[in-house]
Design a protein around this ligand. Structure first.
Ligand code: KIV
Ligand code: NA
Length: 265
């Protein structure tokens, strides 16, 4: 299958075709996601939560993100693969940011990187793009700033934050970003941003006016059972499926039902 490129995503927006994106962190799941026809796959630093069990995305390291990205890219033939830059690997200065982005690209086969923030990190974004590395922006609820925000509530409900977000989106477009994730902001604002720029917006909890949508794979599959925000649509209840399967296995072992004659040599 022909690889989806960053240019293709921009074309999709121009043609009014919606962009479907999901996260993946490992080979087996990435393969399923890719074979289903996903446009783009994100190795999210949500791996810190979903894969490692941390309470925030802050602790995950560049080495750990590269490991997840290596696993994912081995399973993907068609989707565009984007890798999050983890907290602390790009905020210091643009030299550090470029070095981190180059490590991801050289060591993992990912095709683009994603950074959280606007004007604060614009030099880093410009420098990464100058090196030929495509950048996806991320505005609104940027979880690496949870200690500044204090909550995971909707962002940019007030005028001043909404105005900064609009300006940041334009700045990211001018800097050459190929897309922007908009996380947990009012739908009306996300629609306005999407109409004001020519690169695609990929929403999560940002309404139907975005040019595409992204969700965390384990959340939409119902594996992350306790997590039920309003924006999340559950496409399966795999948590229950997995629990039932494992429960059945345990009872089959305990009752000596497993293995049977056909299941032994
Ligand atoms: O880390 C992540 O999963 C993300 C998406 C939710 C956009 O950044
Ligand atoms: Na992320």
């Amino acid at each position: 299958p022909r690889k989806v490129t960053t240019r293709r995503l921009i074309e999709m927006k121009a043609k009014g075709e919606k962009i479907a994106m999901l996260t993946s962190y490992d080979y087996s799941m990435a393969r399923l996601v890719d074979e289903a026809g996903m446009d783009a796959i994100l190795i999210g630093d949500s791996a810190a939560n979903v894969m490692a069990g941390y309470g925030t995305t802050l602790p995950i390291t560049l080495d750990q993100m590269i490991y997840h990205a290596q696993c994912v890219t081995r399973g993907v033939k068609r989707a565009l693969v984007v890798c999050d830059m983890p907290f602390g690997t790009y905020q210091g200065n643009s030299t550090q940011a470029l070095a981190s982005a180059i490590r991801i690209m050289k060591e993992s086969n990912a095709e683009a990187v994603k950074l959280e923030g606007g004007e604060e990190i614009i030099e880093s974004i410009r420098r990464i793009i100058s090196a030929g590395i495509p950048v996806m922006g991320h505005l609104g609820l940027t979880p690496q700033s949870i200690n500044k925000f204090g909550t995971y509530n909707v962002r940019a409900r007030e005028e001043s934050e909404a105005r900064k977000l609009m300006a940041d989106a334009r700045l990211l477009e001018e800097a050459g970003c190929f897309a922007i994730v908009l996380e947990k902001i009012p739908a009306a604002l996300a629609t306005e941003v999407s109409r004001s720029i020519s690169i695609p917006t990929i929403g999560i909890g940002a309404g139907n006016g975005c040019d595409g949508q992204v969700l965390v794979l384990q959340d939409m599959l119902g594996i992350n059972k306790g997590f039920t925000p309003r924006f999340l649509r559950r496409y399966a209840d795999l948590g229950t499926v997995i629990e039932d399967a494992i429960g059945n296995y345990i009872s089959d072992v305990k009752s000596s039902d497993f293995p049977n004659e056909k299941e032994q040599y």
